[in-house]
Design a protein around this ligand. Structure first.
Ligand SMILES: [Zn+2]
Length: 158
């Protein structure tokens, strides 16, 4: 079966940004309003497979994509996605975003990360960097951020 991220780039589906080595798209199963994936055009598995040149382009991509997230009408985007979903689950995620209390606000912060390996939750074997916008009070207590991938140990201040 063809790699989904190679296919999306080839068919130019929903691409919101591209530079020489990376492209970006909104995640169709968003965790928070503006959730975006930054994806190398080259089919590589791991962050550690990137060349120095690609790292440089990744840095530029991250900053450009954040600017795009912050200047996009996300309500309009999720309305379009909800009315034209990948499947029922993707429709549900996009409809949840439409109910999000901060959808019309600029994000207050970001979690940026990679699921490096199956054990870390990777499900698609083509590197993708998640940019997950965060909004004050989107969860009861955000302390520890990505540490919460192991929930009991996330908050080291409790
Ligand atoms: Zn691929």
């Amino acid at each position: 079966m063809e790699c989904i991220f190679c296919k999306i780039y080839k068919e130019k589906i929903g691409i919101i940004f591209e530079n020489r080595h990376f492209y970006a798209q909104f995640d169709r199963f968003p965790v928070s309003p503006g959730h975006t994936q930054v994806i190398p055009k080259r089919h590589v598995l791991s962050l550690l497979d990137l060349t120095d040149k690609e790292w440089k382009h990744l840095k530029a991509a991250l900053s450009s994509v954040i600017k795009i997230i912050e200047s996009t009408n996300l309500k309009k985007i999720y309305n379009e996605f909800a009315n034209n979903p990948f499947n029922e689950k993707s429709e549900w995620f996009c409809r949840q975003m439409l109910k999000h209390k901060s959808i019309s606000r600029k994000p207050d912060g970001y979690n940026i990360g990679v699921n490096e390996g199956r054990a870390a939750g990777r499900t698609i074997d083509h590197l993708h960097i998640h940019i997950i916008p965060r909004y004050f009070k989107d969860v009861d207590n955000p302390t520890g951020g990505i540490r919460n991938v192991i929930p009991e140990f996330g908050n080291y201040k409790r």
